[in-house]
Write a protein that binds this ligand. Structure first.
Ligand code: AMP
Length: 630
């Protein structure tokens, strides 16, 4: 029995041998000739010369042994639908979708933007893209027209797939008007749009551009579309994520490396077996949805549950009832969801037979100890915190019980995973901090492992400059997270080093929110900061200097403007980005050179000492914020 420490050491000492072994977990049309090409850092090219296909590995490969076993279990508590697709049925649906795409002229390398709620067609669409080698770019359904427009602009999709509406807590959210507005705002126009009609909202269809999913699907009932064999280094998808600047980055992922990374993680980290059921409560719009609702479980021959709805509707037992019904063995969620469930009747946890469940994985934000303990006691299974990013595609820090059983420590996501050479560096000197408890920036030394982002879509320079040049004098990948390591090698993540905030596990750029708020005619200046929140981990707080403050003399007037700003953010970015509060001040705290003191504002909001304020231009600006909160 290897220890995890040995396994990890081997992965770094001889990555070629290590990953050649992992590569056997997937099917190749032609085997790779070179495991890792790191001749042009920081660009790592994995499995060069190999050809494979993600859809083949997720679907077709299983037809031999498990064609009639469940593959996709779609459950919506919004529309009260529940349907299981076997691998055979999934194969059929994916081929229909692939034929529709082909019929509308989509070829290998073309982009297809998917803006959809959590419905089975979204899974078919993603897998169909993978099948024909089109690059999918899934945009979270909770984003609104301006967010969507910037992604359409950047991805320049030939085709967009969407639906009439999503639904949240019984409330219909229409997608078509947001999509039409986004296309109007974007200088790039898609040739075609395919709309799924769920019968939730009326849709106006643009003749010549818009097509109905059902209509097209009927035309391709018996379609047979073979998998396009892709070079391992060909792009599988892009997914947008927020950073310090307002413009979201298209995280670009390869094909072969991603397939191997996910297959390896299913074996070593998630310990999922073919024929079992995996339930990830995330959304396909996030990286967890890509890796662990769609590709990871299916690659492993598992059934995957795709759930549309809230965790507490019809009641807080809904997820546990699905665990019982579908004999879920591996579950994946986020700390915020657990904190929501913790407020529900504790008896709901005991109401269902959860004996199939072996572990609950939690990621996306720090897991606080009380939440971790509560759910661990309630479920009686290991709670496995795991830390990663859109950029990495799979966990960076966690424990790998498939290699060696280890216990978690509450508050720590765990240790660096195989393939990851993680270090803690001093943020300005770049010096490595090796003593336990020393706080620095968590970085990864290259080559980054398979599955990791290849580059920023269409912008290699941005990839290098943003991620690899932030620590002076060192070519290392920065996670932009603060961290420390304890004496046992367990890491603790202490928040972002940049202007990214994490609301309920959703990563948001404060600059994007500021840009949106600034577009209100009565906003002269704005600062948005993330403030600690009991339920959501963090919430956004906005401080606004009004252009014309003369009308803001009473609470009613301030609430009215706050409401108008909420509406604006909802319409432009989506409700996920709406700040918890908008407060009005006459000046924002800045340095004498005009830099916003966001950290000082955040500290004051959290009741902490704002630290060194010697460079502040106008100390009363910070005092105003203090007074407002008091
Ligand atoms: P995203 O790219 O949306 O997955 O967000 C990634 C960021 O979420 C990381 O850089 C961290 O700041 C945070 N994060 C993700 N998982 C964890 C975790 N298990 N513990 C603490 N922070 C996390």
């Amino acid at each position: 029995m290897t220890t995890f420490a040995d396994f990890h050491r081997q992965s770094l000492a001889d990555p070629q041998a290590f990953w050649a072994e992992q590569a056997k977990l997937i099917d190749w049309k032609t085997p790779p000739q070179q495991v890792c090409d790191w001749s042009n850092p920081p660009f790592a090219h994995w499995f060069k010369g190999g050809t494979t296909n993600l859809c083949h590995n997720a679907v077709d490969r299983h037809l031999k042994d498990r064609a009639d076993q469940p593959a996709l279990i779609y459950v919506s508590t919004e529309t009260n639908e529940e349907r299981t697709y076997t691998f055979r049925e999934l194969h059929t649906e994916v081929q229909r979708a692939a034929a529709m795409l082909r019929g509308l002229g989509v070829n290998k390398g073309d982009r297809v933007l998917i803006y959809m709620p959590m419905i089975a067609e979204a899974a078919f669409a993603m897998l169909a893209c993978a099948r024909i080698g089109a690059i999918h770019s899934v945009v979270f359904g909770g984003f609104a027209s301006v967010s969507l427009a910037s992604r359409i602009e950047d991805a320049s999709p030939k085709l967009i797939i969407s639906a009439d509406a999503g639904s949240r807590g019984g409330k219909v959210v229409e997608y078509k008007p947001l999509l039409d507005e986004a296309i109007r705002l974007s200088s790039h126009k898609p040739e075609s749009v395919i709309m799924v009609n769920r019968g939730l909202a009326p849709m106006s269809m643009l003749a010549g551009r818009d097509h109905s999913w059902r209509g097209l699907s009927e035309k391709h009932q018996d379609a047979q579309v073979p998998c396009e064999w892709m070079d391992a280094t060909d792009i599988s998808y892009t997914i947008y994520t927020s950073g310090t600047t307002g413009r979201p980055k298209g995280v670009q992922r390869d094909t072969g490396g991603y397939a191997v990374a996910l297959a390896a993680s299913m074996k070593h980290i998630f310990c999922g077996n073919p024929g079992e059921t995996y339930f990830s409560t995330s959304d396909i719009g996030w990286v967890v949805g890509h890796s662990y609702i769609i590709y990871g479980p299916l690659l492993a021959g598992m059934a995957t549950i795709m759930y549309e709805g809230l965790p507490i509707r019809p009641d807080g037992g809904i997820w546990w009832s699905l665990v019982e019904k579908y004999k879920v063995t591996v579950m994946f969620s986020a700390p915020t969801a657990v904190r929501v469930l913790k407020k529900q009747d504790p008896a709901l946890l005991k109401k269902y037979d959860l004996s199939s469940l072996r572990a609950l994985f939690l990621a996306g934000e720090p897991l606080d100890e009380p939440t971790g303990r509560w759910i661990a006691e309630g479920l009686g299974v290991p709670i496995i915190d795991n830390y990663w990013q859109t950029e990495s595609g799979w966990p960076i820090l966690t424990i790998a019980n498939g290699v060696e059983k280890k216990s978690s420590k509450f508050g720590s996501p765990g240790v660096p995973m195989y393939g990851y050479n993680v270090k803690i560096l001093h943020e300005s000197t770049g010096e490595e901090l090796t003593e336990p408890g020393q706080k620095g920036v968590v970085v990864i030394e290259g080559p980054t492992p398979p599955g990791f982002m290849q580059t920023v879509w269409k912008d290699d320079a941005r990839f290098v400059n943003t991620y690899w040049k932030s620590i002076p004098g060192k070519l290392v990948y920065s996670t932009f997270d603060w961290g420390i390591r304890d004496q046992d090698g367990y890491y603790y993540i202490l928040g972002r080093t940049d202007d990214v905030i994490n609301v309920a596990g959703h990563r948001l750029g404060t600059r994007e929110i500021e840009e949106s708020i600034s577009s209100h005619p009565n906003v002269a200046e704005v600062a948005v900061v993330g403030v600690a929140d009991q339920l959501k981990g963090q919430v956004a707080m906005a401080f606004v200097v009004a252009r014309d403050a003369s009308a803001l003399t009473d609470d009613a007037a301030r609430l009215k403007l706050e409401g108008a700003i909420f509406k604006l953010v909802d319409e432009q970015l989506g409700a996920v980005a709406r700040p918890a509060r908008v407060r009005f001040v006459t000046a924002l705290p800045k340095t004498r050179s005009g830099k916003l003191l966001r950290r000082a504002i955040q500290a004051v909001c959290e009741g902490r000492d704002p630290g060194d304020l010697t460079t502040i231009e106008d100390p009363t600006a910070l005092q105003q914020i203090r007074d407002l909160l008091a």
